[in-house]
Design a protein around this ligand. Structure first.
Ligand code: AMP
Length: 243
C-alpha cells in the first residue's frame, strides 16, 4: 500500500475530515476509498455497502431498498438519509469520515450539510472522479467483488492472483446483479439526471476537486492523496497561523 504524505498523516487526529468521493458507477470510488480509508484511518461510509448489508440481513429497510436497487434506481432519499445519518452518529465518525456513494441527490447533500452543521462541522473536500462513459461500460462489465470483504477486481484491469478468489481472504468472487448491461444503462442515466447536479453544488461551495479517473488505479490514488494533503495541510497551517 502506498504511503501517505507525512504532513497529512500528522494532521489527521486534530482535524475534522469529512470527505466525499463522487463519480459515476465504475469510476473506482469503492477501490479508491478502501485504500484511502485504510491509510488515513478514516471510517468508510459507503451507502451501497450499507444497503447491501440490509438486503442480505432481510431487514425492513433492506426489503424497501431491494427492488429499487435491482432496477438500477436510487433508493428513496428518506430511507437512505436515515440510514446514513444513523451511521454518521456512531462514535468513530465524530472527527471525520469518507463518504462513498453518498450523497447522490441534492436533497441528500442538503441533509448531510444540515447534520454536520448542527455540531459546527462541514464537508471539507469533494473529490469528483471523472471517467468517460465508454470506459465505464467496459469496466463494470468485467467487475467482480469478494463476498467476504467486498474487495473489487476486474478481469482485465485488476485480476485476482487466483481466478475466482479474493487475494485478501480467499473469499468467493461474484458479479453484482446490477452490473448487468441493462441495469447498468439505467444506473448511468440516473447518475446523469440526479447526481451530476451535485458537481455544481459543491463547486459553488468551493470544495470540489476533479480527478481524471481514466488512468491506472495507482495514479488516481496518488492524485487523490495529493489533493487530500494539499487541502488539509493548508487548513492545518492556517489554523496554526491564527493561534
Ligand atoms: P453502489 O454500491 O454505490 O453502486 O450502490 C448500489 C445501489 O445502491 C445503487 O444503484 C442504488 O440503488 C443504491 N444506493 C447506494 N447509495 C445510494 C444513495 N446515496 N441514494 C440512493 N440510492 C443509493
Amino acid at each position: 500500500m502506498e504511503r501517505i504524505e507525512p504532513c497529512l498523516e500528522a494532521s489527521l487526529p486534530c482535524e475534522t475530515h469529512y470527505v466525499l468521493l463522487i463519480g459515476p458507477p465504475g469510476s473506482g470510488k469503492g477501490t479508491q476509498s478502501a485504500q484511502l480509508c485504510a491509510t488515513l484511518r478514516l471510517p468508510h461510509l459507503a451507502s451501497g455497502d450499507l444497503l447491501r448489508e440490509h438486503v442480505q440481513r432481510g431487514t425492513v429497510l433492506g426489503r424497501k431498498a431491494r427492488s429499487h436497487m435491482d432496477r438500477g434506481d436510487l433508493v428513496p432519499d428518506d430511507v437512505v438519509i436515515d440510514m446514513v445519518m444513523d451511521r454518521l452518529g456512531s462514535g468513530d465518525c465524530v472527527s471525520g469520515a469518507l463518504f462513498d456513494g453518498f450523497p447522490r441527490t441534492l436533497a441528500q447533500a442538503a441533509a448531510l450539510d444540515r447534520a454536520l452543521a448542527t455540531s459546527g462541522r462541514r464537508v471539507g473536500l469533494v473529490l469528483y472522479i471523472e471517467v468517460p462513459d465508454a470506459v465505464l461500460a467496459e469496466r463494470l462489465g468485467g467487475r467482480f467483488l469478494c463476498r467476504a470483504c467486498g474487495a473489487s477486481y476486474h478481469v482485465v484491469f485488476h485480476p485476482p492472483r487466483r481466478p475466482g478468489l479474493c487475494d485478501c481472504d480467499d473469499g468467493e468472487l461474484y458479479q453484482r446483479d446490477d452490473d448487468r448491461p441493462d441495469t447498468l444503462a439505467r444506473r448511468l442515466n440516473v447518475y446523469r439526471e440526479l447526481t451530476v447536479p451535485l458537481i455544481d453544488y459543491y463547486r459553488r461551495h468551493g470544495v470540489l476537486v476533479t480527478i481524471d479517473g481514466n488512468q491506472p488505479i495507482a495514479t488516481v490514488t496518488t492524485q487523490l492523496y495529493a489533493e487530500l494533503s494539499r487541502v488539509f495541510s493548508n487548513r492545518t497551517e492556517q489554523r496554526v497561523a491564527r493561534r
